[in-house]
Design a protein around this ligand. Sequence first.
Ligand code: ADP
Ligand code: MG
Length: 370
Amino acid sequence: MTTTVKSWAPGRVNLIGEHTDYNGGFVLPMAIHLGVQTTVTIRDDRMLVMKSVQVPDQRVIVDLDDLVPGCVDGWAAYVAGAVWALPIELTHGFEIEIDGDVPLGAGLSSSAAVECSVLVAMVEAVGLEIAPREIARLAKKCENEFVGVPTGSMDQVASMLGRDEHVLLFDTLEDSIRPVPFEIQHAGYELLVIDTRASHALIDGGYASRRATCELAAQTLGVATLREVTDMELALSTLSQRTNDPNVVSRARHVLTENVRVLATAKALTQRRFEEVGMLMVSSHESLRDDFEVSCPELDCAVEVALETGATGARMTGGGFGGSAIALVPMQLTATVTAAVCDQFVENGWLSPRCFVAIPSRGARLVVSH
Ligand code: ADP
Ligand code: MG
């Protein structure tokens, strides 16, 4: 039994493939260089004592016998839920401290970084051997069943399985994951993340209603998920005939066209055709803005200004209604694009966005084990 364990797990940026994961579709995320470190120490009682450097002066304590969904809320639910998701009964308590630099709630999946980081440390601390893909499943279970957020599995897969200089082509239906080279720096590009710091009230209801509409579209077409659609044009005209709700058609159109864009992006990256990747990012943004209607003025502004000032491509990333945009930028223009976006936000009377260059990084790892 190990007494102190440290681990680290990253946040992620989804290059393309938005709102496809819960439709059995394709996504193309990468783990980034920002993440969450966890330190786990054994206690000799049955208490789970949780701390976060980002939430000073708060210790959240749960008795292992009371560890059920709902026993704790707020940030500590992500930590407690990760422990709850372990496939064994714990015989004693733990002190768990997290410390992260992924911006919270910015669409960069700080939540998956917490879950995966805590799980990697805990799995080691209790002497289990669990494959990274399976740890990602436990982290998703934590988020869905303990925290109560009905997300797909992309975030946790990216955090656990990310690779240096790669994005992951994740087929959520087949559950297959293929690393695709994302060697942008050699080609003179950078991936700029623009955290708009906007968070619109629609987030929860908006996500649930988009999910429900996609399910309705699949049901109307007689398929289990939209991924099973083989003829896009036929499916969309069938949907228009069978429903009076134009949203059902447009939401489905986003998902169906986005799946095509993900595969095209993976192919273009393999052939180092970055201009084409940029165009696919722009189409993805337009589809999310016009068909899926999950963008917002701040995201649209970030994308527009980035493109106007030299970005090769730009789009919102994450669930939408706020959070972050990404831009593929020729390296020598990163400072110009950043300044222009910040200026426009100030001019619009919005909070100044936080911009940084994301480095495609490897996934979760054990840092210290003794
Ligand atoms: P995202 O995953 O896009 O960052 P979420 O709303 O899914 O946004 O998750 C953010 C939540 O995760 C925070 O509100 C907080 O509860 C928790 N969290 C993430 N990182 C930390 C941290 N370092 N310390 C405490 N809580 C954290
Ligand atoms: Mg999250």
